[in-house]
Structures are given as C-alpha cells and as structure tokens.
Design a protein around this ligand. Sequence first.
Ligand SMILES: [Zn+2]
Length: 313
Amino acid sequence: MGLTIGVDIGGTKIAAGVVDEEGSILETVKVPTPPTPEGVVDAIVEAVRQVSTGHTIEAVGIGAAGYVDDKRATVLFAPNINWRHEALKDKVEQRVGLPVVVENDANAAAWGEYRFGAGQGHSDVICITLGTGLGGGIIIGNKLRRGRFGVAAEFGHIRVVPDGLLCGCGSQGCWEQYASGRALVRYAKQRANATPENAEALLALGDGTVDGIEGRHISAAARQGDPVAVDSFRELARWAGAGLADLASLFDPSAFIVGGGVSDEGELVLDPIRKSFRRWLIGGEWRPHAQVLAAQLGGKAGLVGAADLARQG
Ligand SMILES: [Zn+2]
C-alpha cells in the first residue's frame, strides 16, 4: 500500500497530512476546528480533499480525543467536541470514498512513536503524553492494545491520590491532576506565591503577576535556571516517574516513551522522571529496568500514527 492520510483533530485546528510507508509527511493542511460536531465532520472531509490533491490515497486514519469503540468506527464520548456515539467512520467514508479508521489520539501517537520514533526496535512500549492532560498508549507484543471495548490506556484518570484534587472527569485525585501541563502551571503558581523572590525570571516573562503565569513562561524560565520553574518541573516529574513505576508493575515494558508539550524540555524533565521511576520501582535492584525515553516525533506523532494504522487496515 502506498500513501495514506492521517488526521489529527485538535482543540483549535484540524491537521491532515499525506504520509508514506516510512512515516514521512509529504504534505499537510490545517483548518480551524469548528464548534459543532457536524462542522467537525465537514472540516475533516474538506481537509482530506484539499491534501489529497495530486496524490493517490489508499485510506484515511483519524486520531480523535475521546473513547473510540473496538471497531474503530464510533467515537463513544469525546470530552472536548460534543460527540456522543458519533459514527465518524461511516460519515467520513461516505463522503471521501476511502476506507477510514478512527483511533484514540493518544493511541495513534503511541503507534507513531513505536513505528517511526523513540519506540523503534522495542516490542513492548508504554507511552504517556504529558499535554494539557495525560494520555497513554499500550503496545505489547508489537500490537496496539485497545482492550475489549476499545477504551484502554486512559492512564490520566488512574486515581493516585484518594480524595485528591477534583478532575474534569468527575473523579478525584486522577494522575493527570498531578502530572500534566495544567499541573505544572499550578505548581509554579503555588511556588511563586510562596516565594516570589525565587520566581523573578518566571514572573518577568509574563505580566509580572502570579495569575499571569503560563506554561510557556515556565519552560523559558526553567531554561534560565529560575528556581521556581525548575522545581515545578521536578514536582511534575516526581509524580510522572512514580506513575511509570506503577505501570511497570502492570505491563513490564522495555521502554516508556514520554511525549507531549511538557517533554519538549528534554532532560530537564526526563532526568527527574527517571530518578523518581527508579525510586518507586518495586524490586528495582534485582530486576531489569525499562528505559525512559523522550518522544521523537513531537506534535506529528498522532497524525503519522493514524496514517500508519489506516495503512495496516
Ligand atoms: Zn480524571
């Protein structure tokens, strides 16, 4: 099979790209994400049509945030777009005239990293995506594991703190409340409030107030060695690494791949994640350790992974 299209549905933009068998993106288009479910279908169809021009396309893979059923056809529930049992595969197939596969976006990103990124050469890989929230993907025995109903690997909502912070999902103490981009901003604000003298570089990057602190400021300040920014990354890394130790107990992979915007900071966040992972790994002295690797494909992993899953049918 030759070229396929990967579609990544983001909160503000929908990206569609033509991808070859080696995982290279030949061409992309981006369109704004419309506010209604019908509008999103129209926009996907339009993006696929635009990017297809001049190419012979075999299939389309769509990565969507939400619960996708085991047939990879219906979005059961999406937190950001108002999809409830949305028959996305059928709707898009009818209009673009190509086979369509729908996949959870974090699963698609995990597959992209396994096939063409940091996971190459590993048969058993667990991916976590530290973005606004925390997503995950499971590859065991060279297969993407979706569970019986298609909705496995929702690691972000494992409850790590009984009666902990309220989560958007309605539960309390979910892992993503402690290890995610949103958690990072909370850590920085708490620390800047407590010790503003240690956050001078951080505060100078925004509007000077604690409330004005954003994720990108924390990244930039950490690179300058701002104590509050660096410590906020370490706090996030402690929670992330402890969670990976739990996942090692469950899955025993040879590699963990850490992706998402937070991982763009590289060793600044990966090194303390590895330390925390080793600290909490049961029997760590007497067992092999999984590697903890930075994702390599950045924001393109989901698009490339969705396109490759469509190729595999
Ligand atoms: Zn939750």
